[in-house]
Ligand binder design. Sequence first.
Ligand SMILES: Nc1nc2c(ncn2[C@@H]2O[C@H](COP(=O)(O)OP(=O)(O)OP(=O)(O)O)[C@@H](O)[C@H]2O)c(=O)[nH]1
Ligand SMILES: [Mg+2]
Length: 228
Amino acid sequence: MDKSNFIDQIRVNVKSGKGGAGAIHFMRTKFNPSAGPDGGNGGRGGHIILRGNKNLWTLLHLRYHKNIVSENGQNGQKNNCTGKDGQDIIIDVPLGTIAKDEVTGNIEAEILTHQQTVVWLKGGRGGMGNAFFRKPTLQAPEFAQSGEEGIEGTKILELKILADVGLVGFPNAGKSTLLSVITAAKPKIADYAFTTLIPQLGIVKYRDKYSFCVADLPGIIEGAAEDN
Ligand SMILES: Nc1nc2c(ncn2[C@@H]2O[C@H](COP(=O)(O)OP(=O)(O)OP(=O)(O)O)[C@@H](O)[C@H]2O)c(=O)[nH]1
Ligand SMILES: [Mg+2]
């Protein structure tokens, strides 16, 4: 599939956000120069979330998003202020997408239904500030936790179910016309060869609740799938 424009598998570098560090701070007021520790906790790093979208049929939209990095959590502040959580990133994917690790091949997530969300890579937890560690026996902890690292890796998103039927044939044979008639898809139709460069998918509905997926493929002649 490496010459084709049809992305049924895509490689992405992903990194969830690092948690913010807990703060080390002691409150000092005019009348109470040692009012105690008030270092707040760090915020959580942003997750990377997968979400099913029934209107997507390919992974093409992710083609130019090779690096997906979510925001880090902010550090805790004095006054027991918790750092802001890093913003999550939501990646919309077609139903039937599986996410796996490139190195281990382990399947980490699978999306099967519309709007289903899976936290694929958790953001790192924020560290606790020194206020958290105050105990009767330890009134002035001079330490705080650092934030947990995010998760980083090279991953593969793979679309399991591409099509039930593929329309193959010579260029200009009428494949796209057929697709446009039996499905709601609106492929480009023209009276010349190689009109279709990227496979087009359509859904044929039948007997009310059943459906199958048809792929209109570029004309089968060497080079047909290359960019022009
Ligand atoms: N006469 C006739 N013309 C057709 C028929 N089906 C399609 N056409 C015409 O044939 C031309 C090519 O149709 P497409 O549907 O674009 O053909 P295609 O196989 O998708 O072509 P490529 O994408 O270039 O491989 C268009 O001008 C259509 O209007 C048919 O059943 N009869
Ligand atoms: Mg066509």
